[in-house]
Design a binder for this molecule. Structure first.
Ligand SMILES: [Zn+2]
Ligand SMILES: [Zn+2]
Length: 499
């Protein structure tokens, strides 16, 4: 019987696909491995309706080992669900930086935007204050050179080698519907660390929101990130923006300055900050998430791999951090050697505040505290030879490919392999397609899969209301315009609840 359920007849394919979805969601790597060994094409299965693939489920739940397994089996890394979200967007929304790291190493497209509101992975990471994810998303734009931060502060971009200033500017200031940037999102929600990181990496303080007919914007079109920070009420966010030159007198389309916005939302404690200019003696340190060596190690990992091929053989001179894997890279400067995986992890987990020496944005070498700015590969670390992807295996009887569905949304039913919903799909779906800001002013038809676990939900009654209405998000009944309204209504609602 077990064998029958694994082979790809129409019933078995769907059943196995659902089993893989469950394994991906629950983090059952053994089950996922077994299913993929029998049928690698199962990696491309997607659930009925919402079209989340196993990759989406494992990314949204932070099961990075399964994400790796699925990518190795050749699944399309940029698969979208019904609302256009990729696995990278879901990992960033939920702050699973280890998943984001793997997806970035596999070159996931960071530019993909949600169909419903135009938000990218960067918007979702900023919305929820996931600074590590923000940094990983920008890994290919921040060169591993010692004076990057100080030069960028001075506006001296020209003299930075390998630096694509306009590319970074475009990515970091990319707007979603309504002209909202990642900085607006982080500022509104009071995510100080994310605001600081975005500013350090060159996010613009003068981008303004626009009236594009898709928003119900209670702050008003023409608002800068400082208007949003004033509305959100976080004093540190306001201070950081002002220090970076945000205008105190900028008026939005309603004629409101940031101070007027703060007053209208009863953020009285901001009055002082938004009246006086920046304090001259205030020194701001670089963001602890700057992590200069990231680009250098990402390049090495992509070229040479970062997972040991043979885990059974013992290494004679292993990495000093994990004590098991072979050293593949060395720190430029102190020459201490590490395995690629530990070098990568240091870039996301090591805080700059522990560095005793080294330029801003360097991270401390765990062996000597030298400030690491870049890694170099060791002489015997060689680039990988490319394998033939496992998706090339011919399994023509199974047609449950999400790629086919992506092109032809109406063609959900295929004659041989019909995707069927599980018994209670809303349960598995709820945490996946969600937006951070639930709005209790909206009726349930507008409530498009609100995230009931969200920290901005103010009380238990509201949580249960949202739990009830999240099921309605499962139907794609709301029009795109309504969905957009819900994104921005909720945005404003989060402000009203004083979070
Ligand atoms: Zn190691
Ligand atoms: Zn060292």
């Amino acid at each position: 019987m077990r064998f029958l359920s694994l082979v790809g007849n129409s019933f078995g394919c769907s059943a196995s696909g659902e089993r893989l979805v469950s394994a991906a969601r629950d983090g059952d790597i053994q089950e996922a491995k077994a299913l993929l060994e029998y049928n690698p094409r199962l990696a491309r299965y997607s659930t009925f309706g919402v079209r989340n693939s196993p990759l989406h489920y494992s990314a949204a739940h932070g099961h990075h080992e399964i994400v790796y397994l699925l990518l190795e089996s050749g699944v399309d890394i940029n698969l979208r669900n019904y609302r256009g979200q990729t696995a990278l967007m879901q990992a960033c929304q939920h702050g699973h930086w280890e998943v984001a790291q793997i997806l970035v190493l596999f070159k996931a497209n960071i530019h993909k935007a949600d169909y419903l509101n135009g938000g990218t992975a960067l918007h979702l990471a900023a919305l929820n204050g996931h600074s590590r994810c923000i940094r990983l998303l920008l890994a290919d734009y921040i060169p591993s050179i010692p004076d990057f931060w100080s030069k960028l502060q001075k506006g001296d971009h020209e003299s930075i080698p390998e630096f694509d200033q306009s590319g970074l500017h475009e990515v970091i200031n990319r707007t979603s519907d309504g002209g909202i940037t990642a900085l607006h999102m982080a500022a509104l929600n009071g995510h100080v660390e994310s605001v600081q990181l975005l500013l350090d990496l060159g996010a613009s303080v003068s981008e303004v929101t626009v009236e594009d007919g898709t928003t119900i914007d209670l702050i008003g079109a023409g608002s800068t990130p400082l208007h949003y920070a004033a509305c959100g009420g976080n004093a540190q966010c306001c201070q950081l923006l002002i220090l970076k030159g945000a205008s105190l007198t900028a008026e939005n389309a309603n004629g409101w300055t940031p101070l007027m916005v703060a007053k209208s939302w009863n953020r009285n404690w901001l009055e002082n900050i938004l009246t006086k200019g920046p304090e001259d003696d205030l020194q701001v340190l670089p963001s602890p998430y700057l992590s200069l060596p990231l680009m250098s190690i990402v390049k090495i990992a992509r070229d040479c791999g970062w997972r040991p091929v043979d885990t059974t053989s013992t290494c004679l001179d292993p990495c000093a951090v994990c004590l098991e894997r072979k050293c593949m890279v060395a720190v430029e400067g102190c020459d201490h050697e590490f395995c690629t995986q530990c070098a990568l992890y240091l870039c996301s987990t090591n805080s700059a505040s522990t560095t005793t020496q080294g330029p801003p944005g360097s991270i401390a070498c765990p062996l000597c505290r030298h400030g690491i700015v870049s890694y170099v590969r060791l002489l015997d670390t060689r680039p990988m030879t490319k394998d033939v992807p496992r998706t090339n295996l011919s399994l023509s009887f199974c047609t449950c490919s999400s790629e086919i569905l992506e092109e032809e949304p109406s063609d959900i039913k295929t004659p041989l392999c019909k995707s069927t919903p599980r018994g209670s799909p809303a349960v598995s779906f709820r945490s996946l397609s969600c937006q951070k800001f639930p709005s209790f002013k909206l009726n349930s038809s507008l409530c498009l899969g609100a995230d009931v676990s969200s920290s901005v939900v103010p009380n238990r009654n509201l949580r249960s209301h949202l739990a009830n209405c999240s099921g309605s998000g499962f139907r794609r009944s709301s029009s795109v315009k309504e969905a957009r309204k819900s994104w921005f209504c909720s945005l404003n609602q989060s402000v009203a609840t004083g979070t």
